[in-house]
Design a protein around this ligand. Structure first.
Ligand SMILES: C[S@@+](CC[C@H](N)C(=O)[O-])C[C@H]1O[C@@H](n2cnc3c(N)ncnc32)[C@H](O)[C@@H]1O
Length: 572
């Protein structure tokens, strides 16, 4: 049944969902902020989760797109007919969509109310080529910082950020340097590396820079995590995409953003070749995005839209809907595996540090101060943070994760807890954004089951081995089963629904590598302290609301455990 109102619009609180709602801090002390926080969690858990497993999801995704701007009910009726009635009625019932009589005014009021609740989360932008006032490093604390310059200078700002970091002040939440040229001085590269900076090179020409590849030095220093290139839809051919992908892979650049659409006024008739070109880049690059496109977060419900999405040009809009259609199918296969990441508090409840086989036993990884460790599929950095003290003060743990929201939260938690020697980078396990033989140890916690499920186990293990120096150690930790002591038949056994034996899958993947010598294979038991409905345990454990009493826990008294398996090997 259609709601009887003139217009419909998505609640701005859903659009404006920010990472801050996930943090343990101030937002929750405010009742309204808390109810919005809970609403967003519900959207993920109970609405998007449901829709993703229902066949009607395509209509839903298009609707969702449409509703980001106020839409007349009669237009929706014309476009979607009865197919959209049920999803809309449900969204309205749950308070995610509002029916409005005076849209502009009410939307503005809703937006203002929500924005008033937000801490100032705007990035601190500084042009290093001009005189800038005050101590940038002091103002950078806890913020996303963007520094712009023609060439990365030997600037007091960067040195001051480093000094503060060395003194234990985590400083900026993230640091992006937008530069026309690539720094080549080894000291500068080392400085950027220590700061965990992301380098954006907007002037690099499409499909890749002419002449000598500029990133050789960065490659050696592992700084180049993300670049941004500009192109138009008509220049984005399959051939150009292939050239660009080859360049990205050759230089092991961690991520690519494409800014497109300057020729949007004359849209191509056939979108299929464009889609194929985008697919080539998506397959080749660890972290790929088109500015103005959704990412997989839209589909998993982790983040709905940028704060101000603006109006999309027709090509972007059509491609966006096609992308959502395709990806929702693919992501459905990973459902339950991409939940919102834990808060720091939830972490502590998950795995008992006293019985955890790897992060508290640095001798197994031969860790020492100064070592560089890669944590593959790090999510918000649970394991990453626990490893950090073992390589302090000069060592670094580099967390690689495909979900950008997890990375943002990981950075926020690390900053709040004063952990200064970890970095988070977007990337895929099957194509790691790190150079050959550059890390002293690699860990991969609770993710190998995913690799086995989607058929990338060999590729991921090959990548982990590639980045490991000879003599370095690699540890796979894997939860095999989650169970309740008084209800063993309902145990969750990873891989069972897919007919995969996870332990055997791990062993077989190691057996195929003659360059890895196994030093430890161990089953171990962890008794964790959360409880909930057994079949939804994983998702629930990752939703702060359910494990944080302050957020209204529904945690029961059941005694729970998890069976884990760890394999440690040394690279020959
Ligand atoms: C079960 S969580 C494990 C998180 C963390 N290692 C821990 O133990 O708390 C799996 C994580 O792997 C990420 N992930 C899944 N497939 C990935 C891939 N192919 N490349 C990079 N990250 C991936 C997911 O986004 C998720 O954050």
């Amino acid at each position: 049944m259609w709601p009887s109102c003139g217009w419909l619009v998505l609640d701005p609180s859903v659009e404006l969902e920010r990472t801050t709602t996930w943090e343990t801090g101030a937002a929750r002390s405010d009742d309204r902020a808390r109810s919005i926080h809970v609403a967003v969690v519900d959207l993920y858990n109970e609405w998007l989760g449901t829709v993703l497993s229902a066949p009607a999801s395509e209509a839903f995704l298009e609707l969702f797109e449409q509703l980001r701007e106020p839409t007349r009910v009669s237009e929706l009726q014309d476009e979607f007919g009865d197919a959209a009635a049920a999803p809309i009625a449900e969204l309205v019932r749950r308070g995610f969509v509002h029916g409005l009589a005076a849209p502009e005014l009410v939307i503005q009021q809703l937006r203002d109310a929500w924005l008033a609740l937000q801490p100032d989360d705007s990035p601190l932008e500084v042009d290093l080529d001009r005189d800038h006032e005050g101590d940038v490093a002091a103002r950078a604390r806890g913020r996303d910082v963007v520094l712009r310059c023609r060439a990365v200078p030997d600037d007091p700002t960067l040195r001051s950020l480093r000094e503060r970091r060395r003194a234990g002040d985590p400083g900026a939440r993230s640091l992006t340097i937008v530069s026309a040229t690539v720094p080549t001085a080894p000291t500068m590269c080392a400085l950027l590396f220590e700061l965990g900076a992301t380098l954006v090179l907007p002037e690099t020409t499409w499909p890749h820079p002419a002449g000598a590849p500029p990133l050789a030095t960065l490659h050696a220093q592992r700084v180049a995590t993300l670049i941004e290139l500009h192109t138009t839809w008509s220049q984005l051919t399959e051939d150009a995409a292939r050239q660009c992908a080859a360049w990205i892979v050759e230089h092991r650049i961690g991520g690519l953003r494409l800014r497109t659409g300057a020729d949007a006024a004359s849209p191509p008739q056939d979108l299929a070749p464009l889609e194929r070109a985008l697919r080539i880049l998506e397959d080749a690059v660890g972290d790929f995005g088109v500015i103005g496109f959704p990412t997989d977060h839209v589909i998993t419900g982790q983040r709905i839209a940028p704060a101000d999405p603006g109006r999309l040009d027709p090509v972007t809009r059509s491609l966006r809907v096609r992308y959502l259609r395709r990806r929702s199918q693919e992501i459905r296969a990973l459902e339950d595996m991409v939940g919102p990441p834990p808060s720091s508090h939830a972490d502590a409840l998950l795995v008992d540090p006293a019985t955890d086989v790897i992060p508290n036993d640095p001798s197994l990884l031969a860790l020492r101060p100064g070592a560089i460790v890669a944590d593959i599929c790090c999510a918000a950095g649970r394991t990453t943070r626990r490893l950090a003290p073992h390589v302090a003060p000069n060592g670094q743990i580099i967390g690689i994760e495909k979900e950008l929201l997890s990375i943002q939260i990981g950075r926020a938690i690390a900053a709040a807890e004063g952990v200064t020697n970890i970095q988070f980078r977007p990337g895929l396990a099957q194509r790691l954004p790190l150079a050959d033989a550059t890390v002293d140890a690699v860990v991969c916690d609770w993710s190998f089951n995913l690799f086995l499920e989607i058929g990338i186990a060999d590729a991921a293990l090959a990548e982990m081995t590639r980045i490991l120096r000879p003599g370095g150690r690699l540890a796979i930790m894997q939860v095999l089963s989650l169970f309740q002591y008084d209800d063993l038949p309902s145990a969750v056994i990873y891989g069972a629904p897919q007919g995969i034996n996870v332990t055997r899958g791990i062993d077989d993947a190691f057996a195929r590598r003659s360059d890895l010598a196994i030093v430890l294979q161990k089953f171990w038991l962890n008794e964790n302290r959360t409880a909930g409905h057994p079949t939804r345990w994983y998702r629930h454990a990752f939703v702060p609301r359910l494990v944080d009493p302050a957020a209204g826990a529904n945690v029961g008294p059941g005694r729970r455990g998890m069976l884990c398996y760890s394999v440690v090997a040394e690279r020959r």
